[in-house]
Design a binder for this molecule. Structure first.
Ligand code: PMT
Length: 403
């Protein structure tokens, strides 16, 4: 599977009215090629330099321009764009937009989006040297930097106004690289392979019935997604779920515990394996070929043990490999979790009390304790499964770094 480094990222590109606006077309093209979803906002002045049609064709998205559009692309467009953006890049950024952003003015779609967004903002200024060096511009830049914005410094060279000096927009390739490196920083699992299991298994009784459990796959899918975000080659072995494949994750769908074991073993060269699946410990000894008919008496099912997938990996643990398990418990949590940690030869185990309404199966949140080999115990507060997944992947990266 080809993994595009910015796949799943949403970037808003603000284009303002400077001669370098034509270079923004190439920036948008490159970000798109890296896999990002690119949403262009143009100021009225920008449209004097490049047409909206050009950006629409290159980005593959409607271009936003007007606060008062009759049929806007989004409901309350500036807020929608501000929320959607993981990063806002203003390219080229004129002295005027820098001044407006520093002052907190919001008199068009781009300045309003800049005021409303909580995303990281990058400005790529381009202007005449005199405007760049003007203390007003430098003071505005200082204010924006102090508030967390990042400035892609202009280059020196020949300017459109026949002068030579600082103020040229850097080459589009350099701007796209800067944005790429922002997303890749902190990717502690770059070059690593992380295998995650998720969901419950289904153990068939006959062609229409199975033994299953209440796992929805949410926890495991969040883990696989977090692994991919941290730069890992992420592989997800998933039992049947209603969830869509996460972005940048290779998904292998299975049904039974035996199928899950086979898929996990085929991918076991991973640097880290996280077992979030609720694997059936038993399966029916026989699977009836035809639908089992009811009769007046009782029905007795004979169950046989399924293999313990994680314990199997633990028994043949690879050098430097990190193994992480989950423990779904309803009582004596610490005792049972520590027992599983030892028995399955894990590096740490994440224990959730599945008797609580806001933790464990099905719900979007979880509350866990993490038990480590050296006896440490970490109690985590209630949080979204996505946030917990990020935290667990940080712990995985710590363990890998220690080995
Ligand atoms: O999917 P969600 O609805 O989001 O719910 C999340 C969850 C509750 C399923 C998840 O947080 C969780 O606790 N997963 C593990 C559930 C479980 O089966 O726990 P266990 O205590 O029975 O198993 C311990 C560990 O061994 C687990 O990592 C499990 O994947 C693994 N195991 C268990 C049995 C088996 N035959 N093979 C295994 O590999």
């Amino acid at each position: 599977m080809e993994t595009l480094p910015l796949k799943g990222r949403e970037i808003v590109v603000g284009v303002t009215g400077g001669i370098a606006a034509y270079k923004a077309v190439e920036v948008v093209r490159r970000l798109k090629k890296l896999g990002a979803g690119v949403h262009v906002v143009m100021t009225r002045e920008a449209t004097e330099f490049v047409t909206e049609l050009t950006f629409r064709e290159i980005s593959g998205q409607q271009v936003a321009q007007d606060m008062w559009e009759k049929a806007p692309q989004y409901h309350v467009e500036h807020i929608a764009l501000a929320r959607l953006a993981e990063l806002v890049l203003v390219v080229p950024a004129t002295a005027n937009i820098l001044a407006k952003a520093a002052a907190g003015l919001a008199d068009d779609l781009l300045s309003t989006t800049l005021l409303a967004t909580k995303a990281q903002v990058y400005y790529a200024p381009a202007m005449n040297t005199g405007m760049w060096e003007n203390p007003a511009t430098q003071a505005n830049l200082a204010v924006l930097r102090q508030r967390g914005a990042r400035i892609i410094e202009p280059a020196s060279g020949a300017l459109a106004c026949d002068a030579t000096g600082k103020g040229r927009l850097p080459e589009p390739v350099a701007i796209a690289e800067e944005i790429l490196s922002y997303f890749q920083k902190g990717q502690r699992l770059r070059g690593r392979k992380v295998l995650v299991t998720a969901g419950g298994t289904e153990e068939p009784l006959d062609p229409v019935r199975f033994l299953g459990n209440r796992s929805t796959g949410r926890m495991g899918y969040a883990l696989a997604e977090a692994a991919a975000r941290a730069g890992a080659e992420a592989v997800l072995v998933s039992g049947p779920t209603a969830l869509a494949d996460p972005v940048n994750v290779r998904v292998i769908r299975v049904r039974t515990a035996l199928e899950m074991q086979r898929a996990v073993q085929a991918e076991a060269d991973a640097d880290a394996v996280i077992g979030a699946a609720a694997v059936a410990d038993y399966r029916p000894a026989e699977v009836a070929e035809q639908k089992i008919k009811k009769n007046d008496g009782e029905l007795t099912l004979r169950l046989v043990r399924n293999p313990d997938i994680l314990a199997g990996l633990g028994a043949e643990k690879r050098r430097g490999q990190v193994l992480v398990g989950f423990a779904a418990e309803t009582e004596s949590i610490a005792e049972y979790a520590r027992r599983k940690l030892e028995k399955k030869n894990l590096d740490f185990i994440v224990a959730n009390d599945v008797s609580q309404a806001d933790a464990g199966f099905g719900v979007p949140t979880n509350r866990v304790q993490i038990f480590y080999r050296d006896g440490r115990r970490e109690q985590q507060p209630l949080m979204e499964k996505q946030a917990l997944a990020g935290l667990i992947l940080e712990r995985v990266a710590d363990c890998l770094a220690d080995k």
